[in-house]
Design a protein around this ligand. Sequence first.
Ligand SMILES: CC(C)(COP(=O)(O)OP(=O)(O)OC[C@H]1O[C@@H](n2cnc3c(N)ncnc32)[C@H](O)[C@@H]1OP(=O)(O)O)[C@@H](O)C(=O)NCCC(=O)NCCS
Length: 218
Amino acid sequence: MNNNDLIIRNENENDYRAVEELNREAFWNLSVPGCSEHLFAHVLRTHEAFVPELDYVAEIGGKIVGSVMYSRSKLIDENGTEKTVLTMGPICVLPGFQRRGISRKLLELTFEKAIQLGYDTVVNFGNPDNYVARGYKSCKKYSVSLEGGLFPCALLVKELKEGALAGHTWTYFQNDADSICADEEAVERFDAQFPPKVKAWQPSQEEFYIHSHSTITW
Ligand SMILES: CC(C)(COP(=O)(O)OP(=O)(O)OC[C@H]1O[C@@H](n2cnc3c(N)ncnc32)[C@H](O)[C@@H]1OP(=O)(O)O)[C@@H](O)C(=O)NCCC(=O)NCCS
């Protein structure tokens, strides 16, 4: 199977379980022992902030190997004016199919669709390595901070329309769609619906710790 067979299409109900299994495979032990992204994908689809038009899968030979989802969040500027932006995630590609440009295709296509829907900005947390090649920049470059003025290294911003954020300072308020992922019992209960998988430490968890605890100060 190669990328010539790649189909990028909207997710449908029949894909739900496969997409949750894909999230579990891709994120397992990546940031913490185990993962919660399969639960996140599960609850996101019914959250009020979910954007179904941007819910896409990548399929090769009838197998779902990639997934991306988006939701709506907001930025508030120095005058208190609200702006709706997209939060991208979760995004994942099945191990074994990674580094073949699949997430690139998912993102490029959904960015185009997002522009057609009238969105001009994407803001999300993530490992910068995965996103800078897609045109994301540090939040600091666009004066987008968290409440309290923090500029996390992992807070990344992509202008879909050049200049969309120019001339203002912004505070990012992410929707609460992933809040259930902090509930370890809820994650365990959901994970029990999948085949057993061993939780373990791996170095990427330290990388995640470093990225998620770092802020830009100059
Ligand atoms: C991150 C992930 C979605 C990337 O998907 P992918 O299909 O492997 O990525 P692509 O092959 O399209 O590569 C996209 C770009 O990111 C870069 N990239 C991808 N993985 C990278 C890595 N581990 N380290 C550094 N750069 C990386 C590539 O160089 C590429 O840049 P290019 O387009 O200029 O060549 C995939 O590796 C994955 O599912 N990982 C586990 C889940 C995850 O981390 N999700 C993102 C949470 S922040």
